[in-house]
Write a protein that binds this ligand. Structure first.
Ligand code: PEP
Ligand code: MN
Length: 339
């Protein structure tokens, strides 16, 4: 249910309504609009009629049901777009398109520092790099773990770029949280509901990647798990889904951008690297994503892709990344955005 407060409702009235919501067994989530505040009351849906009684409390304008099954992620509770801030300067969902770039995995000090410097030079506003890697084979490189996180922190210190890195196992969340500015949930963990709940309590921005066989509604339900625990800093990332096509690693679902835009206020970015699986397709897919209205892109960049421990074939060399960045601004302008 959405409890819409009157324009001049006082802090005291808001507090009283929140208390009543809790008493009824729901969780209140306050969303501050431009002219008034609304409270989303979420929880077991069976007691809806009792929430309707809140209508008579001082300061309440109306009580309306949320029709979509995911509540806090929906456009019903918040029309328009949310802005998710990371670090001091990065804002997902704002006028400026956000570009995250970096290697698939952190491999060495030399590699991550060189990449961080190169992507900054090319115009990226955030650095990516995995320290815990979800690999199909247990014999493949699994990431540098804490040593990798420390190198990411060093790269941030040298370049000023905030970092996003993946958490694979719930037990590692406190460690990842210590070093990351934004925590990535990979495609394989999208329905790890225990992890999502922990991230909801963690109060750090989350980059939630779509699973390779996840519908858009399931994607939004996963976001809802994080939001329902009180963390509203969620950015969605379309990274390709599995189809019958084998020419690309996955099929980039560009339709997800306008569909998500219609269904949710959360920012949406695109990862063309994992969709394509090949570096030479990455620029076209990046341009298409921005033109279609994505709030940003995340691309893999490696100074020596041929030596990469993971995802070398889909990694751009810094020069190619910079060339792509030179062109991307034009697509941003067509979509009424800036780079
Ligand atoms: C990654 O970003 O390196 C990654 C493993 O991505 P995904 O979870 O989308 O496969
Ligand atoms: Mn990768």
């Amino acid at each position: 249910m959405i409890i819409v407060m009157q324009k001049g409702a006082t802090a005291q009235q808001l507090k009283a309504v929140k208390e009543r919501i809790r008493k009824l067994g729901y969780r209140p989530h306050v969303i501050r609009g431009e002219t008034r505040q609304v409270i989303g009351a979420v929880g077991d849906e069976r007691g809806k009629t009792r929430l309707q009684d809140l209508q008579s409390l001082p300061g309440v304008e109306s009580v309306v049901p949320i029709l979509k099954p995911y509540k806090l992620a929906s456009q019903e509770i918040k029309a328009g777009k949310s802005v998710v801030q990371v670090g001091r300067n990065v804002k997902f969902g704002d006028q400026k398109v956000v570009v995250i770039a970096g290697p698939c995995s952190v491999e060495s000090e030399e590699q991550i520092i060189a990449t961080a410097r190169a992507v900054k030079e090319g115009g990226a506003s955030m650095l990516r790099g995995g320290a815990f890697k979800p690999r199909t084979s247990p014999y493949a490189f699994q990431g540098m773990a804490e040593a990798g996180l420390k190198l990411l922190a060093k790269a941030r210190k040298l370049t000023g770029l905030p970092v996003v890195t993946e958490v694979l196992n719930p037990k590692d969340l406190p460690l990842v949280k210590k070093y990351a500015d934004m925590i990535q949930v990979g495609a394989r963990n999208i329905q790890n509901f225990a992890l999502l709940r922990l991230l909801g309590k963690a109060r750090k921005p989350v980059l939630l990647k779509r699973g390779m066989a996840t519908t858009i509604d399931e994607f939004l339900f996963s976001a809802e798990y994080i939001l329902s625990e009180g963390n509203d800093k969620v950015v969605l990332c379309e990274r390709g889904i599995r189809t019958f096509e084998t020419a690309t690693r996955n099929t980039l679902d560009l339709s997800a951008i306008p569909v998500l835009r219609q269904r949710t206020h959360l920012p949406v970015i695109v990862d063309p690297s994992h969709a394509a699986g090949r570096w030479d397709y990455v620029p076209s897919l990046s341009y298409a994503a921005i033109a279609a209205g994505a709030d940003g892109i995340m691309v893999e960049v490696h100074p020596h892709p041929e030596d990469a421990e993971s995802d070398g074939p889909q990694s751009l060399k810094p020069k190619k990344f910079s060339a792509m960045m030179e062109k991307i601004g034009e697509f941003a302008r067509v979509a009424d955005r800036d780079l």
